[in-house]
Structures are given as C-alpha cells and as structure tokens.
Design a protein around this ligand. Structure first.
Ligand code: FAD
Length: 446
C-alpha cells in the first residue's frame, strides 16, 4: 500500500479549499500552502521590481506577417489557432519531434474545471479559458475532440476500515454502483462539481484539430521538425531577424514565441515527471474521481469507455530527457494500476468497472515555473520575442485563453477582456533571461 503523504498529487493543488474540508490533515495541507500561498507571496515580492516599459500591453515592434512558434503543445497550437483565425497571420510551428503534442499536451488527462482556480492568480484566465473550450468544441466538433461536460467527486477510500457511509452517499459514487466489493472500500464522498463547472477534452485530439483548423485558414502554415535554440537580432537596429535552429539554419520571422513547456528556460522552468495509464472501463462513466487513500490515484473517465489514471509525481527537475522520448518505467505504471484497483475495491478479483488491463502506459513532464505561476509575455530586452510556459497541472484548461492572449499580444500588443495578464509577466524574475542560448540546450545535439 502506498502512503498518500509521500505524494503531492493534483487534488491538493486543484481543490485545496474543498479538499481541506474533506480530509482535514496537516500533511495534506502542507502542499496546499506551498502551492498557493508561497508562490503568490514570492510573486508579490518580485513583481515589485517589474519595469513598466516591458509590460504585457506594450505595443508591437513592427507589422507581424509570420510568426515562428517553438513547441507544438497546447500553448503552441492554441496560439497558432488564434493567430490564424483572428488575424490571418502565418505560423511556422517548430518541434523537435515534427509532430503535434508529443509531450504533456498529448498525454494529459484533459480535465477542466471552471472555478477551482478562483482566488488565485489564474482565476480570470481560467474562467475565460473554460468558456473558450466550449466555443472550440462547438467550432471543432465536440465528438472529434471528445469534449463533454461531466461530474467530479473526491472519494475517500480505505479497504481495511469498517466505517462506511450510508447508502444514499454510496449511490452517488458512480463507479461503485451495483458493486458490493467497490462499495466496501468507500469511506466518504464529496461532490466537487457538476456539468455546469466540470468538463473534459481529449488533449491530443484538441491540439491536432486546432492545428488542422489553423492550416486550413492560412495556407502557408507549416510544421517543421527541429529545435529552436535562439533568436537572431540585427546588430544595429536590434530588430528580430528570425529563429535559429539546431541545424544552424535561420528561420526568418517577425515574432518568435517560446512555448517549449518544461524545456523553455532552465533558469526558471522545471518539469515534474508523471506516469499514466489508460484502461478500458466495462461501461461508459461520467464521474471523474480524485481518490483519497490507497496512494491518492486520480481517475479521469472518458466517453470512449476508457479511464485515464495518474498520480505518484516525481520531484521537480531540470528536464534532460528529450520530448517524445520520456522513459517509461513499468514499476511506476504498475503502482498506478494497483492503487486504482485497491481504491476501487477490485484488487485481486479481476472483476469490476476499473479492473481491465491497460491499453496504454506513458510518461511526461508537467511544466512548472519556479514560483508556480505561468510565465507569459514579452521576453525582456529581446525585440519580437515572447514566452508562454509553466502552466503546471492546468495547461490544457488554460491553453485556449493563453493562445488567445499571446496572439493578441504578438499582433497588436493588446490583452484579452477582463484578464489582467500582468501577473504572468516574465520580468518578475530577477534572473537574467537565457532563453536564446539555453532553451532546450539538451536538444542542440539533435
Ligand atoms: C500526467 C499529467 C496530467 C495532466 N492532466 C491535466 C488535466 O487534466 N488538465 C489540465 O488542464 N492540464 C493537465 N496537465 C497539465 C498539462 O498537460 C500541461 O500544463 C500542458 O500540456 C503544457 O503544455 P505546453 O504546451 O506548455 O508544454 P508541452 O506540452 O510540454 O509542449 C512543449 C513542446 O515544446 C517542444 N520543444 C521542446 N524544446 C523545443 C525547442 N528547443 N524547439 C522547439 N520545440 C521544443 C516539445 O517537443 C513539446 O512538444 C497534466 C499534466 C500531466 C503531466
């Protein structure tokens, strides 16, 4: 049995207030304080030094016809989408893998919550993005991107305790309905949202469809295999000439966006490695579950009769594995699988809604900035260069509003309605910006 206190899982970061009420435990509260209070305090301190001339709403450097975006994850593809649909601006998307969403954006859960970031620096961006997800589903086709509204619950489990909730509560735990064995493990249940505030999308499909739509809108849009290793500026005017690629070539452009997730800038960006498994479910479920107990696995059920299961994060590191080539450890996959089976009361029985063998096992890095808040805006002292990264466990949710904001900023220097982007300003970091030389330094050899 895995000890839940060893793991800072998503739920403590996502549902801190509700969770604290549900499982009032000092060990569970520590990461909450770390994730929400400490970062915002750090941000408050460093923002004191920010320079007004570099703020998000500064005007653009020149007319923008062609943008190079480094990174084909959710941030890169949403920005490409809004550049194409709103402004007819041509984009060259550059990714070392030559494919769309090879890293976290293709391997995430795709869980979306409208109000779980309220009272945090990302509240307005989250609410805007939640609404944009619905609009994108309408435009791209909800079935195509597996978008749907659903419910969510925190379920406390303990296979060894005899304390049980009453039948009424049990009947609201969807996966445990009609299953005595599963019901035996349930000790408590707390609804975390319904169809008005909870949704989900298939992240990889979303990224692929966004890029497909952007290409259809602007004929010259292209995806190029390669690594952006820096920006080249004119010595005299300081104007951006283009993106320097790992093969030594120069890709001319009017603006360059670094959207390289955890590979963006080692001085202020790290990655937290997660493994995940996808298992077929015996029926279509529509209630995502954050388990408390048995290692705290998270189960995001999907409309294609599968369940995406994850948990057990590793320590944050400067990522040195290459995107799309993240090593997968069988023992880590097995740990997730066993914790889901223990939590859902089916361990050893081979019977139950979550008991089937996985069809997919994978690993990827969650991108996180050193103060836990996304980094978005102009890169200081580098004309025409922008960054958008560090969205932590909410990158899929925040993707659309991020893409919209970055497209507006790049083309006309504006932001998006009712969202104060200044809280994400890269200038809050005192460390020198080393994106041009250090972005994905590990990839230069490619
Ligand atoms: C297990 C797990 C589950 C998650 N579940 C959810 C969820 O349910 N809901 C949610 O909202 N969020 C979720 N997230 C978070 C979300 O997946 C991330 O925040 C988001 O995908 C980050 O997107 P990104 O585009 O910034 O980075 P990435 O997806 O990491 O993309 C970065 C891209 O940059 C490319 N790149 C790297 N170096 C270079 C270079 N030098 N030049 C060009 N390209 C380069 C990489 O190949 C990669 O394609 C989850 C994350 C994890 C790890």
């Amino acid at each position: 049995m895995t000890n839940r206190h060893n793991h800072h899982n998503f739920i403590v970061r996502r549902v801190f207030a509700i969770y604290a009420t549900f499982v009032p435990n000092v060990f569970n509260l520590f990461p909450i304080v770390f994730a929400f209070v400490a970062p915002s305090r750090q941000f408050g301190r460093s923002s004191f030094h920010s320079q007004p001339k570099l703020l998000m709403s500064a005007s653009v450097d020149s007319k923008v016809d062609h943008v190079v975006i480094a990174g084909a994850g959710i941030v890169g593809t949403t920005t490409a989408y809004f550049l194409a649909m709103r402004y007819d601006v041509r984009v060259t998307l550059v990714d070392p893998t030559g494919s769309i969403a090879p890293a976290a954006s293709g391997k995430a859960g795709g869980f979306l919550a409208k109000d779980w970031n309220d009272n945090s620096p990302t509240e307005a961006l989250t609410r805007r993005s939640f609404d944009l997800h619905q609009q994108l589903a309408d435009e791209l086709g909800a079935n195509t991107i597996q978008y749907r509204r659903l419910t969510c619950a925190a379920v406390s489990v303990d296979p060894f305790s005899s304390r049980r909730p009453n039948g009424k509560k049990l009947s609201t735990v969807e996966w445990a309905q009609h299953d005595d064995l599963a019901q035996n493990t349930v000790r408590g249940m707390q609804p975390l949202g319904d169809e008005s505030t909870i949704a989900q999308v298939h992240p990889k499909r979303l990224c692929e469809e966004l890029w497909k739509a952007a290409k259809k809108q602007v004929g010259g849009n292209s995806l190029r295999q390669g690594s952006v290793i820096g920006a080249v500026h004119d010595d005299e005017s300081g104007r951006l000439q283009g993106a320097k690629l790992g093969d030594g070539s120069l890709l001319e452009c009017d603006a360059l966006l670094f959207a390289c997730g955890p590979w963006t800038a080692p001085s202020m960006m790290q990655g937290v490695k997660y493994h995940s498994v996808v298992i077929p479910t015996s029926r279509v479920l529509s209630q995502c579950v954050f388990f408390s107990g048995c290692g705290d696995p998270e189960v995001y059920v999907r409309p294609d009769q599968t369940a995406y299961c994850t948990g057990f994060p590793e320590a944050a590191v400067v990522v040195d594995e290459q995107p799309g080539e993240e090593s997968i450890r069988e023992d880590k996959l097995q740990t997730i699988l066993e914790s889901v089976r223990d939590a859902s009361g089916i361990s050893g029985t081979g019977d139950g809604v979550l008991s089937q063998e996985p069809v997919l096992g994978q690993a990827c890095y969650l991108p996180t900035s050193i103060d836990g808040i996304p980094v978005m805006g102009r890169i200081p002292e580098q004309l025409g260069c922008y960054v958008a990264a560090g969205h932590g466990c909410w990158g899929i949710l925040l993707g659309p509003a991020t893409g919209e904001a970055m497209a507006n900023l790049i083309v006309n220097g504006s932001s998006i309605p009712n969202v104060n982007m200044e809280v994400f300003n890269p200038t809050r970091f005192a460390t020198p910006w080393n994106i041009p030389t250090a972005a994905a330094a590990a990839l230069i050899k490619k």
